[in-house]
Design a protein around this ligand. Structure first.
Ligand code: MN
Length: 691
């Protein structure tokens, strides 16, 4: 778990791998020396004990010693393909888990994980010597070994895996560490076998590591697979990284200024540089076409408390120029795998853009080690005190696994379930959307390509059957619309409790939860579906929430005021301000998720009102189908509302459609919604919004 690498030409994964190989050589030698006296810790397990003590100072090491002695004696005489004594393998697997902070029980089972499968040791012996829990885990790993990965991407493989693990993620943790060690030592295999194993790792084990949040294992597995399946691109990436190291990295200087900014603000933080792993460099290179000097790593800001994350972010966004499109809040909305962090990018005065991750040390531990770091599943105390999130209370069943079991129960047949699951596992990208529902605003994570239908089922469960429409970023749109990262979605539920989904919803649902719920309803209600809405209807209502013309004034004399970029408040929105660094006030719409977050962190809002809100100008754009007298009808509708037209522009028709732009003078800002409604009611007009 190297959180930091100060040497940019040496990615942490490579250093870790190098160190692990050294350890293995030492372990191999120690194991060759044979069993050691029972009164002292066998040398070979010393590294495991050391790594374990670093995370768990009070751990009882005697049980590890006993497990090692049993494993070593039962594997004695067996060798790995490399010629090394077999015991080096369970030792290396256990060391990986110990470094990630796994509990003693997991480590004990890990030392013994191949004994029942490959030696004379029986499960009963394991149970008698180490208890039910260790025996249960060893049994799970043994069964998992028997799962045939031959048809890696087949749903059947996942089904067997899930059954074999007995829903205990510790079994999967051992399996992942086992695969990592096997991948590290894959060089001794025939090339065709290397490719086969690497393919299974890519299709099954890496998605699993991602789902379980074990970032440290996932990134190393990715690089190992990359080197085997794409040797030329791997070599090219290696050359890029080497060339970059020779040129000099701009990140250390930026890290220094970030440290200074945070120090000045009195925020205690550690600022590290994290080089990207090979696959990550390769992805960025593909995405951008050309790599910038600052693309080879990211800044990692580690703070003590959740609230410090936002404080640090505020400083960064004030003292540097933020790249707003890069901002993601995984603190307020953790990913399905419990990952939490704030992501942003900032530009220095010289225009160098650096990506920054802000998280607490606890979040860092979870990000690196995922479920492995969550502690003993049999203690009921939440990992994060006061955190009501049940996924933290019961780490043996993280959200993904629990949802999986729920789908399994509600799926009509195994095929539906497993094909849904395979799709879910294959999705490697996620988007976060903001929910604008008045009652429960918040954010949800969805797979890339998800539609409003997916958002509806994710948010409302079966109640989503009655969904009649959605607004995305304020615009009324078809439920089939694909969502983009950062979209704000408002789901409109109908009042008919018996309403069901339209038949075409299934085509537009991307998430297993939505697909299974819809097909379940359709099966239960044959012939009673709503008419399909295959063709997205033209948007009917538009209120574009863009930065407005409005001047906000805070109830703090002389405080500079700025409008938040996240919710782009405009008059006459209800707004609240929050004091940020230097006494400036940032203005959010009251329903903005960020404002909610600030309030829940105990930040008291400052009253803000719109200057001249009772008498203001607004520019509206009306989109219409072209027809005679349109201009006259629109201006008449405006005049009937007692609104003065300052200027009007009519663009030339394009494909039968025209755009009118009116700059208007309103005596009362509160009349704006009624005015827009009146304009929308003019025949032919399908869209009215603010310019
Ligand atoms: Mn093994």
């Amino acid at each position: 778990m190297s959180a930091e690498a100060t040497n940019p030409d040496s990615p942490p994964e490579l250093r870790r791998r190098g160190r692990a190989r050294l350890d293995l050589r030492r372990l191999g030698r120690a194991a060759l020396l044979g069993p050691t006296a029972r009164d002292r810790l066998p040398d070979a397990i010393g590294h495991v004990a050391e790594a374990h003590r670093a995370h768990h100072p009070d751990a009882d090491l005697s049980v590890l010693r006993r497990a090692y002695v049993l494993a070593e004696s039962s594997h004695r005489g067996q060798t790995r393909k490399s010629g090394e004594p077999y015991i080096t393998h369970p030792l290396a697997v256990t060391l990986i888990l110990a470094e990630l902070g796994a509990e003693t029980t997991t480590l004990t089972a890990s030392l013994l994980h191949d004994t029942v499968e490959d030696t004379d040791v029986t499960l009963d012996q394991v149970r008698a010597g180490f208890g039910d829990e260790v025996a249960f885990i060893v049994d799970g790993v043994t069964k998992l070994e028997k799962v045939d990965y031959g048809a890696a991407a087949e749903p059947e493989t996942f089904r067997k895996m899930l059954v074999a693990t007995g829903n205990d993620v510790r079994v999967m943790s051992i399996k992942l560490a086992d695969r990592l060690h096997n991948m590290r030592t894959l060089g001794v295999m025939r090339p065709d076998k290397q490719v086969r194993i690497a393919t299974v790792t890519r299709d099954v084990l890496i998605p699993l590591a991602e789902r379980l949040g074990v970032q440290a294992l996932k990134t190393e597995l990715e690089d190992l697979v990359f080197a085997i399946l794409h040797p030329e691109e791997y070599e090219h990436t290696r050359a890029l990284i080497a060339a970059h190291a020779a040129e000099g990295d701009p990140l250390p200087a930026i890290a220094d200024s970030v440290r200074a900014v945070l120090r000045d603000a009195g925020i205690q933080a550690e600022v590290l540089i994290r080089p990207r792993h090979f696959v990550s460099v390769h992805r960025v290179a593909r995405k951008r076409g050309e790599l910038r000097g600052s693309d080879f790593g990211r800044l990692l800001v580690l703070v003590a408390e959740n609230a410090d994350c936002y404080a640090a972010l505020g400083e960064l966004h004030t003292c540097f120029t933020p790249v707003v499109s890069e901002f993601k809040d995984f603190v307020a909305a953790p990913k399905f795998n419990l990952y939490q962090s704030l992501h942003t990018a900032v530009a220095t005065p010289e225009g160098v853009i650096a990506e920054v991750i802000v998280r607490t040390r606890q979040m860092h531990r979870v990000a690196e080690a995922g479920v492995v770091a969550l502690g003993n599943p049999y203690t009921s105390a939440p990992a994060a005190p006061g955190d009501p999130d049940e996924e933290r209370v019961d780490p043996t069943r993280p959200g993904w696994l629990r949802r999986l079991l729920e789908w399994q129960q509600s799926a009509p047949d195994p095929d539906t379930f497993w094909s849904s699951l395979r799709e879910d596992l294959a999705q490697d990208r996620e988007i976060t959307v903001f929910l604008a529902d008045g009652a429960a605003p918040g954010t949800i994570s969805l797979p890339a390509g998800a539609t409003c239908i997916d958002a509806a089922y994710a948010q409302h469960g079966e109640a989503a059957h009655g969904c009649i429409g959605a607004r995305v970023n304020g615009r009324l749109t078809s439920l089939a619309s694909t969502l983009a990262d950062g979209d704000t979605v408002q789901l409109l539920l109908g009042s008919d409790p018996a309403a069901g989904p339209a038949a075409d919803w299934l085509e537009h649902a991307r998430t297993p939860a939505a697909r299974i719920a819809i097909s379940g309803w359709l099966r239960a209600h044959p012939g009673s579906t709503r008419p399909a809405q295959a063709a997205p209807r033209a948007p009917l209502t538009v209120v574009n929430l863009r930065p407005g013309s409005g001047n906000a004034v805070a109830d703090l004399p002389d405080a500079p005021v700025r409008l938040a970029g996240c919710c782009t408040p405009v008059p006459p929105d209800a707004v609240a301000g929050f004091v940020v660094r230097g006494g400036a006030v940032t203005v959010h719409r009251v329903e903005c998720a960020v404002a909610g977050q600030m309030r829940s962190l105990g930040r008291s809002p400052v009253a803000v009102h719109w200057r001249g809100a009772a008498d203001f100008r607004v520019t509206l754009v009306a989109e219409s189908f072209g027809r005679p007298h349109l201009l006259a009808d629109l201006t008449e509708a405006i005049a009937r509302m007692h609104v003065e037209v300052i200027s009007a522009t009519v663009d030339p028709p394009v494909e039968g459609r025209v755009r009118h732009t009116y700059t208007l003078h309103l005596r009362d800002a509160a009349t704006l919604p009624a005015l827009m409604r009146a304009m929308r009611d003019v025949p032919g007009v399908y869209d009215v919004g603010r310019a």
